[in-house]
Design a protein around this ligand. Structure first.
Ligand code: PAF
Length: 294
C-alpha cells in the first residue's frame, strides 16, 4: 500500500493506473476505521482494479460547537486494516493541502433543501462541508466509482444529488449498514458510549424496525408513529433529535409518488449523537395498504 500526503504524486500514480486501463474505486473516510468502513473497502475491491482510500478529518464539516480536536485519530491501526484489505493507495492529506487558502476563502458546493433537513437542521453547514470536500476529493482522485455507507443515508442521498446535478462522472455505490449482533449500527461514535449507554443504544434500531413493521402492515398515521417512537426513545433515556418517516429520494414527506420510504432517527445518549435508518420499498402495483420490504 502506498501512502501519499501530497496531491500531485497521488494523481501521477493514478494517471499511470488509468493509462493501463485500470478502473479506480474510491472510499473517502475520516479514519478511526471499523468493520463498516472495511465493508466499503471490500465492495470497492469488487468494483475496480485499484482501491484508493482517503483519511481526512474534514474541519469544514464540523460546527463551532462540535469538537473537531476530540475526533478519534487512530492512524497506525487504520493503516494496518487497509493494508490487510488489499488497498493499494492511501491518501492522507493535511488541512493545508485541501484548504490552502483556509476554509473562509474556499469555494463551496451546496446541495440545497436536502442539506437543510434532518441532520442539516441541527448541524447547519455540515453537509455543505461534506459536499465541498467530497467534490474536491473526487476531482483529485477522479475515480470511476465511489463507495459510501447507507448508515449516513442523508449524506449518501445528498452526494447522489450533487453528482447528478453537477454531472460528475462518478458512479456512487451505497453499502448496507454493518451492525453489531444486537442491531446497533457500527460507528466511530460507539466508542464514546459508557457500558450502560452501549446496552441501551440498540433501541434506536429496534424502534426503527418496529416503526417499519407498522408501516408495512398498513398503519399510515405517520405523525402518530413518529411521536410514539420519539416518546419511546425519550423514556428509555435518549434525547431524540428527530425520528422521521420520509420519501427516501427527497427526504421530504411521503406522497403518492414515493417509491421508497426511509425512516431516519438521530438521538443523543449522553453527549454521543447516534444516527440510524431503515428503508421500505413500496410495491408499485399495490395501494397504500400493501407494502413490500426490501
Ligand atoms: O462519512 C464520512 O466519513 C465523511 O462525511 C466523508 C464522506 C469522508 C467526508 O468527509
Amino acid at each position: 500500500m502506498r501512502t501519499y500526503t501530497a496531491i500531485a504524486p497521488l494523481q501521477s500514480a493514478l494517471r499511470n493506473c488509468r493509462q493501463q486501463g485500470q478502473r479506480i474505486a474510491f472510499v473517502p473516510t475520516m479514519g478511526n476505521l471499523h468493520e463498516g468502513h472495511l465493508e466499503l473497502v471490500r465492495r470497492a475491491r469488487t468494483l475496480a482494479d485499484i482501491v484508493v482510500v482517503s483519511i481526512f478529518v474534514n474541519p469544514l464539516q464540523f460546527g463551532p460547537n462540535e469538537d473537531l480536536d476530540a475526533y478519534p485519530r487512530t492512524l497506525a491501526a487504520d493503516k494496518e486494516k487497509l493494508f490487510s484489505e488489499g488497498v493499494q493507495h492511501l491518501f492522507l492529506p493535511e488541512a493545508e493541502d485541501i484548504y490552502p487558502e483556509g476554509m473562509a476563502l474556499q469555494t463551496q458546493v451546496q446541495v440545497p433543501d436536502l442539506s437543510e433537513t434532518l441532520c442539516g437542521s441541527s448541524r447547519p453547514g455540515h453537509f455543505t462541508g461534506v459536499t465541498t470536500v467530497v467534490s474536491k476529493l473526487f476531482n483529485i482522485v477522479q475515480p470511476d466509482v465511489a463507495v459510501f455507507g447507507e448508515k449516513d443515508f442523508q449524506q449518501l442521498t445528498i452526494i447522489r444529488k450533487m453528482v447528478a446535478d453537477l454531472c460528475i462522472p462518478v458512479q456512487i455505490e451505497g453499502v448496507a449498514t454493518a451492525r453489531d449482533t444486537d442491531g446497533l449500527a457500527k460507528s466511530s461514535r460507539n466508542g464514546y458510549l459508557s457500558n450502560e449507554q452501549r446496552k441501551l443504544a440498540p433501541l434506536i434500531h429496534a424502534t426503527l424496525v418496529s416503526c417499519r413493521d407498522a408501516v408495512a402492515c398498513g398503519f399510515d398515521n405517520f405523525l402518530q408513529l413518529e411521536s410514539h417512537a420519539r416518546m419511546q426513545l425519550l423514556q428509555a433515556g435518549f434525547e431524540p433529535d428527530y425520528f422521521a418517516i420520509r420519501d427516501a429520494r427527497t427526504l421530504r414527506a411521503v406522497n403518492e409518488n414515493t417509491e421508497e420510504i426511509a425512516i431516519l432517527a438521530a438521538a443523543r445518549l449522553g453527549s454521543t449523537r447516534l444516527i440510524d435508518n431503515v428503508r421500505l420499498t413500496l410495491n408499485p402495483v399495490s395501494d397504500w395498504g400493501m407494502l413490500a420490504s426490501p
